[in-house]
Design a protein around this ligand. Sequence first.
Ligand SMILES: NC(=O)NCCC(=O)O
Length: 386
Amino acid sequence: MSESNFKSLEATLNKHIPPEELREVKRVLYGRPDDNELQFSEETISLAKDVDIELKGYVFTARKEDLRRPRIVRVAAVQNTVDIPTTAPIHVQRDALHEKISNILRVAVTAGVNIVCLQEAWTMPFAFCTREKFPWCEFAEDVENGPTTKMLKELAKQYNMVIISPILERDANHHDTIWNTAVVISNNGTYIGKHRKNHIPRVGDFNESTYYFEGDTGHPVFETQFGRIAINICYGRHHPQNWMMFGVNGAEIVFNPSATVGGLSEPLWGIEARNAAIANSYFTVAINRVGTEVFPNEFTSGNGLPAHKDFGPFYGSSYVAAPDGSRTPGLSRDKDGLLVAEMDLNLCRQIKDFWGFQMTQRLPLYAESLAKAVKPDYKPQITRES
Ligand SMILES: NC(=O)NCCC(=O)O
């Protein structure tokens, strides 16, 4: 099967597994059967058709409790292509993405979404593969009052929706430095705060350390009207400690806005955010771009192969995982999409009570061991046969 025929893992399973076995296959692979789809209104379905996006929705339930009311929220992930050529003026590229995302957010509000997260560096092509500074650094903007935050503040207020906006940040107060940052905008239209990407890749064509440094914002959790949220930006998903600290700080939903390509990370994709949901008893939302972005000048991948102008398609496949280990199917590998998950946040504490992963976590043991392991004179604890 050619890459272009492979729309999603689920589409292939649905096509080839006999119906009587499919339910069990889904239960084992996804932790739940396939009968919990969210129903959308005619208006939402028709708007999604108008803007030509895949629209999918799923429900995660929790046990009914005597003392706490259910805490139901609707959370969404947006995956999208960059359609304007990368040779167009910067403001034209950014305006086109502003328009595209505004249209998708209009679908989200009719779907009753409370919190939405966009993909990593959503206002620009993922140009860091080129290692060129210009014109790409021009995409960086102020997180509180830049054009993107201004536009989203208005939409957040109008739609009563928390918006997580991962952008390239320009910090004018600190020597015009650039950061890879997620901006959190409240449903009342104000800026709540930001988180800067903690782990910067130095792998394949992901040459991001050419542009910005490791984040200095720790592991902030943002208390919103709809729940406590955090953002683990892209490559940070390979670091269990990064996920863990958002849990230690009380996150109930951790978003993972990403930009990653099939040749590099696709086999890891379904595992990492899902495992983080299990290990930390919170929900995770893994979001990846779609499409192939072509750049004006050739660049090499430092692997002896010929220079090229793109680094392969981003494979989408955005999904949501729950603390009980279950997950939604992924969006497609190649199409713009909106994934909506309705979740009862009471599930987080219920799973903590059931599995006891936090109770048995032994953080003091690891704090002590790691404090020793990072010392220059540390000797690994290996016992050898005499
Ligand atoms: N954007 C980003 O950090 N990509 C790195 C590649 C990966 O983590 O799959």
